[in-house]
Design a protein around this ligand. Structure first.
Ligand code: F6R
Length: 612
């Protein structure tokens, strides 16, 4: 949420900042701004709206200088107005700051500052930091920032510049990510490495309580005591093209179509025929410790929580290990009794979700071994978990998560195979699973072939106000995910339910204007799902069925009963979520498009929820 980009070097900062902001716009997009310094002159430009609005403003009033900070905002304190856009300034415009996170004690700090005669120009929590730095600034900006940080309660990733010291850019982190990009005679600071693409691949991730001091010709990392600390320079392996839309109209569509390749990447080097199992490099648990695991708790938010629910079915069926799935936002404050041999697995695309991070930290504090499934390499959760597995989905920029979900489910299936093979799964079963998993990317490729049919169905139902998504067993979490995709990007109210549950209440919603999407399993409960489908039809509700191909009897029954049927490739039941989710992602995409919604930047949302 919110994006920060800073630059110091030999080149003009403005175009570099704007390009970086464009790459981070998916993090927040209600206003944007930048401040540059040319000598001791600070140029402040900010604007409510999208980056494109800021760019138009900059055309009339360019901001000169080779040092600057910038921000794209997702509002927390105060509405999205020009005034509340970052950067915020203090000291008669001599200090400028951009900030991600939330300062929880800002009301008290504001009151104290007002008592000292400070006049506030915005509704934001960030402005208090600017004024506090002004109060502490003698002649060293780094020292002033260091003195202010302990006064702040809450979270921050921040970048500060001052016209009183126009050769330095200061950053600080607590709970909100920051990364330094190291170039030749230039340095960048960003909340997300995507902003650095095209400039440098050498990066240093700040840890909590660290500050960075960037100059054109050098950089330092400082701990809370102002002591220089050594830092490992890492290389980013994403290419700039990974973060572009390519021939697609939207990132979401590109990412939906990247799923087969993303799945191949998730499995690459991890399927081991010799053991009829899967291999993982970073679990940091030996076989004995894993065998001792009596229970897993999966914790996550949103779409990642849906992947966790699929994981529960996978682990329990294939590895015979009990799993509980917890919303991270609830789990972090609950004091659930958990025995020592419970492993906590955090599932997160970004690796920065505030609630998931807090749940992970709380579990560590209680002595549990923690694992993480993350997509973003070097993210906070990836670094703080005791071990984990990267998803290798490549950058996911569309706010609605698609390929990360698929790779989460795929990695969970591989983990279930790995754990199953330590227990009751035979080598024959293991080998069969390897074969089935290798065939998966092609099955998903074929499932995506339903594009034109989905567009037709979307056109038919684009004006509805409610939809139901129903599925059983492995497809129940997919129903939840389909409903979430639809509501978040098309703003149509949608609910996902276990198909049989709709009789216990939601069926009251069914009428001729409330379509139901039925996810049909290939396995044992197919007849039950068909009965549930009949119950909807009997009440006049339109039905869209998504069913496995290759079963003529099922196809005939569905053609008789459903209004529309989409067939997806036949795969084993435990892999069905991965082929069934594809038409649901496309359905949400086309409904949103037809309703003129901004698919990649849905209202009120932002990628990576780094506030509670
Ligand atoms: C929905 C979506 C969100 C995220 C959730 C968790 O499409 O993207 O529900 O899944 O905010 O984010 P991560 O996985 O980054 O922890």
């Amino acid at each position: 949420m919110c994006g920060i980009v800073g630059y110091i070097g030999q080149r003009e900062a403005e175009p570099i900042l704007v390009e970086g902001l464009r790459r981070l716009e998916y993090r927040g997009y209600d206003s944007a701004g930048l401040a540059t310094l040319s000598g001791a002159e600070l140029h402040l430009r900010k604007q409510a709206g999208r980056i494109a609005d800021l760019v138009r403003h900059l055309r009339d009033r360019p901001a000169a200088g080779c040092l600057g900070i910038s921000h794209t905002r997702w509002a927390t304190h105060g509405p999205a107005t020009d005034r509340n856009a970052h950067p915020h300034v203090a000291g008669n415009g001599s200090i400028a700051i951009v900030h991600n996170g939330v300062i929880e004690n800002y009301t008290n700090l504001k009151r104290q500052l007002q008592a000292d005669g400070v006049v506030f120009a915005t509704d934001t929590d960030t402005e208090v930091i600017a004024h506090l730095i002004d109060q502490h600034l003698q002649d060293d900006l780094v020292e002033a920032v260091r003195q202010v940080l302990p006064l702040l309660k809450g979270t921050y990733g921040l970048a500060v510049v001052s016209s009183r010291q126009p050769d330095v850019l200061v950053g600080a982190r607590l709970g909100s990510p920051l990364v330094v990009g190291i170039g030749a005679d230039e340095h960048l600071l960003a909340s997300d490495p995507a902003a650095l693409l095209g400039h440098t691949r050498n990066v240093v991730y700040l840890q909590d309580h660290q500050m960075c001091v960037l100059r054109a010709d050098g950089w330092d990392l400082l701990d809370a005591n102002h002591t220089r600390v050594a830092a490992a320079v890492q290389r980013i392996d994403w290419a700039p093209a990974d973060a572009d839309k390519g021939p697609y109209e939207h990132y979401m569509l590109k990412e939906i179509y990247e799923q087969p390749e993303a799945l191949e990447n998730a499995m690459r080097g991890r399927l081991a025929d010799a053991d009829a199992s899967a291999h993982f490099g970073g679990l940091n648990l030996n076989a004995r410790q894993l065998r001792r695991a009596e229970r897993f708790v999966f914790t996550a938010c949103g779409t990642s929580w849906h992947a966790a629910l699929v994981g529960e079915y996978l682990f329990e069926e294939l590895a015979r290990i009990p799993v509980e799935v917890e919303y991270a936002s609830e789990f972090r404050y609950r004091n659930a009794p958990m025995d020592r041999n419970t492993i906590v697995l955090a599932i997160t695309q970004s690796g920065e979700t505030a609630d998931t991070l807090a749940a992970l930290r709380e579990s560590k504090r209680k002595g549990h071994h923690t694992l993480a499934l993350c997509n973003v390499v070097g993210s906070t959760i990836a670094r703080e978990a005791d071990g984990g597995v990267y998803l290798h989905a490549g950058p996911e920029i569309g706010v609605a998560s698609t390929k990360a979900f698929s790779n989460q489910v795929c990695v969970l299936a591989m983990l279930a195979l790995y754990l199953g093979r330590m227990g009751h799964l035979s080598s024959i079963q293991g080998l069969r699973m390897l074969k089935e998993m290798r065939a998966l990317p092609n099955a998903v490729r074929r499932a995506l072939g339903c594009h034109d049919d989905v567009r037709r169905i979307a056109a038919k139902y684009q004006h509805v106000r409610n939809m139901l998504y129903l599925g059983r067993q492995y497809l129940f979490p997919v129903a939840l995910e389909g409903a979430l995709k639809l509501k978040e990007i098309s703003y149509i109210h949608a609910e996902g339910y276990p198909a049989a549950e709709m009789k216990h209440g939601p069926i009251a919603l069914v009428d001729e204007n409330t379509p139901s999407v039925f996810l049909i399993n290939a396995g044992g409960v197919v007849d039950k799902v068909l009965s549930n489908l009949e119950e909807i039809k009997a009440r006049g509700g339109p039905v869209i069925a998504i069913a496995p191909e290759g079963d003529d009897e099922l196809a005939n029954q569905l053609h008789d009963r459903a209004d529309d049927v989409l067939f997806v490739p036949q795969v084993p039941e435990y892999l069905q979520p991965l082929v069934s989710v594809a038409p649901l992602q496309l359905l949400a995409y086309h409904m949103a498009l037809l309703r003129d919604c901004d698919v990649d930047k849905p209202r009120n949302l932002a990628k990576s929820v780094t506030v509670e």
